[in-house]
Every structure is written in C-alpha cells, then in structure tokens.
Ligand binder design. Structure first.
Ligand code: COA
Length: 254
C-alpha cells in the first residue's frame, strides 16, 4: 500500500510492502502513480518526500516474482507504468525528495533518481542489479543515472550490477548527503523548500531539468524569459521588498 501523510505543506509518501522489502507490484506502483498525480495538482502541497516503510528498504525494486511471468506486451505496460511514475516525480511543479532508508535497488534506485534530491541513511544500499536478472533498468535508470553521476559511473554500475553503500553513493553524487535518521534530513529540507516561493521553485525545476539536454542557447534564452516573467509575480515583489525592509519574506505562490 501507499501511505500519504500531510505535514503542513509537505506530503510524506511511504511505500509500504514490507514483506517484500517494499518491492513494487502492479497494485502498489499504480497507487503510487495515482497518489503522485493528485499531489502534483494539489496547490496546498509544496514539497514531497518519498520513502519506504520500515528500516530495511526504500524500495528493493520492481517485483521480481511478478516480472518472471511477463511476456513482451505486459513488460511494455509495466515499463510504461514505471516511467509515468518517474516522470511525475521529475516534472511535477514542486520539489521531490527521496529519503533512501535502506535498499534502493533496480526500480527503487530509479525512482530515487527521478526525485530532485536524494538523501540516504548510513545503512542504505543503492544500485541497478538488473544485469544479474538478465534484464536492463526499465524505469529511466539508463538515462537518469548518467545525468546524476556521469556516464562512466553509470555504465560501470549498470553493466556490473554492483551495489554501493551510502558513503560511496555520496562520493559518486548518487545521493546528496548521508544522514541518520534520513527522514529528519528530508523533512528539514522539505520544510525549508515549503517556505520558498512556489512559483520560483516551479520555474527553477523546469529550467534545471533542461540543463543537461537540448540546445544550450535555447535553454539560456528560456531562463532569461522566465527571469523577466517572474517580476510580474507578487512573490518576487515580496521577496525583494522584504530584503530592502530587513524582514522575512512571506511567499503566497502568486
Ligand atoms: N521483488 C520481489 N520480492 C522481493 C524483492 C523484489 N525486488 N526484493 C526482495 N523481495 C522479497 C524476497 O523475495 C523475500 O520474500 P520471501 O521471504 O517471501 O521470499 C523478502 O522480500 C525479503 O527478502 P530477502 O531476500 O529474504 O532478504 P535479504 O536480506 O536476504 O536480501 C536483498 C535483501 C535486497 C539483497 C534481496 O532481497 C534482493 O537481492 N532482492 C532483489 C533486488 C533486485 O534485484 N532488485 C532489482 C529488481 S529490478
């Protein structure tokens, strides 16, 4: 099942299938996608944390028992569902944070990679071990791991299936930081982000998502357009005025 807990403007989304180390089957992944769709639209939610229930796993991957039954058509549908979920985390107009509290393997690592920021507990283990099953990462891993860690690291991890511990994950920048309890770190970051201007964050996310793809000049030009556009918002006026008046800004999202 998927639990969603609202903590002011932060939504904590927990994958809870502990008897399978939170591995995702069709029912759980469908629920996760649907919850994320709702949260993406919900203007009361300004930041999202994704984590796993219990203290052993974030998500130990796609459900291998289920995948062992699939033919090509079902595998296509399964891949699409994973891609839709990753794309929501990556493109929804608000920050998404993975709190990696244990195994984040295969599809679990891929969902973490689709988030904007990743924090790990010191006992976390991450990797793309699909090669050991005779398959490949199918929920964005072949693309996003290279964007986060660089092509050389991505190829080594994907080709060998080697699993890295939290310290190595931080060294290769697969996670932003290691912290126990990881949820405290994720909450602190999410609560901080929830105080920022949601319009500025939405634009920043859209623009930084383009940074490693497409045409550099066009991306810079998109930044220039967004920068100017923001000056029509109440939030920009408020943020600039608050500095001048030596007070804390209060952002309303307009
Ligand atoms: N799919 C389905 N079930 C999974 C799973 C997955 N990806 N990962 C773990 N489980 C299940 C196990 O089958 C086991 O259930 P069972 O007792 O009914 O057989 C339960 O979760 C506990 O896992 P277990 O393997 O007994 O724990 P462990 O501590 O010995 O090993 C792992 C932990 C993560 C190393 C091991 O479970 C593993 O290698 N999982 C698969 C990881 C993977 O390849 N993921 C990528 C898939 S794309």
């Amino acid at each position: 099942m998927i639990r969603v807990d609202r903590e002011d403007a932060v939504a904590l989304v927990t994958v809870d299938r502990q008897d399978a180390l939170n591995a995702l089957d069709v029912a759980t992944l469908t629920l996760l996608r649907d919850e994320l769709r709702g949260l993406a639209e919900d203007e009361g939610v300004r930041a999202i944390i994704l984590t796993g229930a219990g203290d052993r796993a974030f998500v130990a991957g796609a459900d291998i028992k289920y995948m062992s039954t699939l033919g090509v058509t079902e595998a296509m549908e399964w891949g699409v569902l994973g891609h839709e979920t990753g794309r929501l985390l990556e493109t929804m107009p608000k920050p998404t944070i993975a709190a990696v509290n244990g195994f984040a393997l295969g599809g679990g690592c891929e969902l973490a990679l689709a988030c904007d920021i990743r924090y790990a507990s010191s006992g976390a283990k991450l990797g793309q071990p699909e090669v050991n099953l005779g398959i490949i990462p199918g929920w964005g891993g072949t693309q996003r791991l290279a964007r986060v860690c660089g092509l050389g690291v991505a190829k080594e991890l994907i080709f060998t299936g080697r699993i890295v511990d939290a310290d190595e994950a931080a060294r290769i920048r697969l996670v932003n930081a290691v912290h126990d309890p990881v949820l405290d770190k994720a909450r602190e970051a999410a609560q901080l982000l929830a105080t920022k201007s949601p319009i500025a964050l939405r634009m920043m996310k859209r623009l930084t998502n383009r940074a490693l793809a497409g045409d550099h000049a066009a991306n810079l030009s998109a930044e220039a357009d967004s920068f100017a556009e923001l000056f029509s918002s109440e939030d920009a006026k408020e943020g600039l005025a608050a500095f001048v008046e030596k007070r804390e800004p209060k952002f309303v999202g307009r």
